[in-house]
Design a protein around this ligand. Structure first.
Ligand SMILES: Cc1cc2nc3c(=O)[nH]c(=O)nc-3n(C[C@H](O)[C@H](O)[C@H](O)COP(=O)(O)O)c2cc1C
Length: 190
C-alpha cells in the first residue's frame, strides 16, 4: 500500500521534516510503500489566480502531484505554523489542487502532524490545514501528532519515547493504521 507524505518546509534543520522522519520510521515495520514529496514542488508553483489559471492552465508541478496523490492510499501531512495558519506556499498548492479536482484527496486516511519550538506545537497551523484538505475529500484523523517545545530531531525522538506523550501518538498512529486496514479490506471486497 502506497502512502504519500510531505513536510511543508525545506529549511535546513526543519523540525517538521524531522517529525515526518520520525513518524515514517515508526510506520516502517508496516511495510508501506512511501512516496515522499519534496516541498520544493510547492515552492516552485506560481501563485494561484483565476486569471493565471485561465491563461496558463494548471502548473505541471501540481498536475504531477495530483497524479501522485491519486496513486496513494493514504497521506501524511506535516506542517509548520505560520501566523496561526499554514505556510502560504502550502495553501497555494492546495488551492491549485482543488482546481484540478475537488475530490483529489478522497477518500484517503490522512494523518496530520506539526512541530514547533513554541508552546502550541504548530497546533493552530494543523487545525487550519484540516478543513482545507477535508474539503478535497481527505479523511483526517481526530488525533494529530503535535510536537511543542522541541528544538531538534533528538528532542522529537525523545518525545516519542516519553510514555506520557506516547498516549496521543499511539492514538494517532493506531487510528491511521486502522483506517488503512479498513480501506484495504473494503478494496479487497471490490
Ligand atoms: C512567517 C513565519 C510565521 C510564523 N508564525 C508562527 C506562529 O504563528 N506560531 C508559532 O508557534 N510559530 C510561528 N513561526 C515559527 C515556526 O513555526 C518555526 O520557525 C518552525 O520551526 C518552522 O518550521 P520548520 O522548522 O519545519 O522549518 C513562524 C515562522 C515564520 C517563518
Amino acid at each position: 500500500m502506497k502512502i504519500i507524505a510531505l513536510a511543508a518546509s525545506t529549511r535546513d534543520g526543519s523540525l517538521n521534516a524531522a517529525l515526518l522522519d520520525v513518524i515514517l520510521s515508526e510506520l516502517e515495520p508496516d511495510g508501506l510503500e512511501l512516496d515522499r514529496v519534496d516541498f520544493r514542488l510547492f515552492e516552485e508553483t506560481p501563485h494561484y489566480s483565476a486569471r493565471r489559471e485561465a491563461e496558463d492552465g494548471f502548473p505541471a508541478s501540481m498536475t504531477e502531484l495530483a497524479g501522485r496523490i491519486g496513486e496513494a492510499a493514504a497521506m501524511i501531512l506535516v506542517t509548520p505554523e505560520y501566523n496561526h495558519g499554514i505556510p502560504g506556499t502550502f495553501k497555494n498548492g492546495i488551492d491549485w489542487l482543488s482546481r484540478i479536482s475537488t475530490t483529489v484527496m478522497a477518500p484517503k486516511p490522512t494523518l496530520i502532524g506539526g512541530a514547533s519550538a513554541a508552546p502550541y506545537g504548530a497546533w493552530r497551523g494543523m487545525k487550519s490545514l484540516r478543513p482545507a484538505v477535508e474539503l478535497l475529500g481527505a479523511h483526517t484523523l481526530p488525533y494529530m501528532i503535535s510536537m511543542s517545545g522541541v528544538r531538534s530531531k533528538a528532542e522529537i525522538e525523545a518525545r516519542f519515547a516519553d510514555p506520557m506523550a506516547r498516549v496521543k501518538i499511539d492514538a494517532a498512529l493506531g487510528g491511521f493504521r486502522r483506517m488503512l486496514a479498513a480501506n484495504e479490506a473494503l478494496a479487497a471486497r471490490g
